[in-house]
Ligand binder design. Structure first.
Ligand SMILES: Cc1cc2nc3c(=O)[nH]c(=O)nc-3n(C[C@H](O)[C@H](O)[C@H](O)COP(=O)(O)OP(=O)(O)OC[C@H]3O[C@@H](n4cnc5c(N)ncnc54)[C@H](O)[C@@H]3O)c2cc1C
Length: 393
């Protein structure tokens, strides 16, 4: 959506296909980081964006056994918003879509599911899609796979990926939040279990982390056991655990961490999770996908307008984004292996020494900066070339 918006704004005709009828899916990542908020500022949209309902998270802490470590201090960041905005991803996507629709060069087709690629003489020339009106062929100078972790585009293109594995899956659910509850986003790792609770004003969005592939086992043990476990990890929620009265209220999300070796082919590029599925650690996935989109727009807008995109142009997108992606995934894997895996195996976890050192005043800025801004943050370089109508479609 972000890439479509930026390209349309730069005068490039774009068609975005989305297989669902809307963006209303609960428990999509909702963490809009300072790097993404800064993009909104650069686009002149920040004030309007912040009118959407959100919670501002100014500090992120996690309890590892006996140690409470703060992993995100954002007050020193050189950006306009020194906080993470927790905002439903559908609000974020609708906002971008509404702004994109102001350009005649932008065409969003909902309920259009890409099912295959059109290949001509070794070049990807577009996609085939199924829509509510029947089959559709969209021909394009460039096809971008941004269809997430289970990307059909990357599978059909035959692009090879490296799978780095993940020791956990996540069970998501909501619990009501009461006025005298803590304000803080809370994480707790203890004796074989882990929970993260995001403050969503009137409810807690809870992620209960389980060893990979054990969801059925957890379910077989029964809801009562599940509620008990949650209560032991977060005793203040005991008075409302009866809200979880059916497994329908608990959604399983399987975690994957992988990365394509080559993100492109002639006529095709993958970005976001389609190029590199991210672990939920740090809540960076959406923000990395947005950074990919901005970098891709910066590099591609002019060549697309001139019709001069080559494999070298596509390679420069990968070159620009591969290092930040590798670095972030490496960090996620280190945390998975050193904190989450041992904790899920029931070993009494301790905060690693490096994490404890990061609490020192001089060092504590580093993790906050890495989480909030990422490595090599992108900036909007594409001009507004197409004229926008003032009324949104
Ligand atoms: C358990 C879990 C929790 C996470 N929590 C967070 C978090 O809190 N914060 C965070 O930043 N990241 C989080 N992530 C990662 C984050 O969800 C992704 O990194 C991010 O959404 C990637 O964005 P994307 O645009 O590449 O893909 P997606 O957000 O997956 O978007 C892909 C879109 O393509 C559509 N689509 C799929 N297939 C087709 C098709 N064939 N045709 C047409 N449309 C199609 C989908 O409907 C979807 O709208 C989490 C991941 C997991 C697994």
């Amino acid at each position: 959506m972000m890439l479509g918006f930026l390209l349309a704004r730069a005068g490039v005709p774009v068609t975005v296909l989305e297989k669902h009828a809307d963006f209303l899916r609960d428990f999509r990542g909702d963490t809009v980081h300072p790097s993404t908020l800064e993009m909104m500022y650069e686009l002149g949209l920040l004030d309007e964006f912040l009118k959407l309902p959100h919670t501002a998270v100014r500090q992120v802490a996690i309890q590892i056994g006996q140690d409470r470590v703060v992993i995100g201090h954002f007050d020193h960041l050189p950006v306009h918003c020194k906080f993470i905005a927790l905002m439903p991803q559908w609000d974020f996507l609708n906002f971008i879509a509404e702004h994109a629709k102001r350009y005649q060069t932008f065409d969003l087709r909902m309920r259009a599911e890409a099912t295959g690629l059109i290949e001509e003489n070794g070049r990807i020339a577009g996609v085939r899609a199924t829509t509510s009106d029947g089959e559709l062929e969209v021909r394009a100078d460039l096809t971008v796979g941004c269809d997430g972790r289970h990307s059909i585009v990357r599978a059909k293109a035959g692009l090879e990926s490296d799978d780095f594995g993940a020791p956990m899956d996540v069970m998501w659910f909501r619990l009501p939040r009461k006025p005298d509850d803590s304000e803080e986003t809370v994480g707790h790792i203890e004796g074989g279990r882990m929970i993260v609770m995001l403050n969503r004003v009137d409810y807690w969005q809870c992620a209960y982390v389980i060893p990979k592939g054990t969801a059925e086992e957890v379910k077989r043990a029964g809801l009562e056991k599940f509620r008990e476990a949650v209560g032991e990890m977060s005793p203040f929620t005991r008075d409302r655990l009866n809200e979880i009265d059916h497994w329908d209220k608990v959604k399983l999300l399987t975690v994957a961490v992988d990365r394509l070796r080559r993100w492109y082919r002639v006529g095709l590029l993958c970005i976001g999770d389609a190029a590199h599925a991210m672990s939920p650690i740090g809540g960076v996935g959406i923000n990395l996908a947005v950074q990919d989109a901005v970098a891709a727009a910066n590099i591609l807008a002019e060549p697309l307008r001139r019709g001069t995109v080559t494999v070298d142009t596509l390679e420069s997108v990968q070159r620009r984004r591969e290092f930040p992606t590798r670095f972030t995934q490496r960090m996620q894997i280190v945390l998975q292996n050193n904190i989450i895996s041992p904790a899920l195996r029931g070993r009494r976890p301790n905060a690693p020494l490096l994490m404890k050192m990061m609490q020192w005043p001089l060092l504590r800025r580093i993790p906050g900066r890495v989480v909030a801004l990422g490595i090599r943050p992108e900036h909007i370089r594409t001009p507004e070339v197409a004229s926008a109508s003032t009324a949104t479609a």
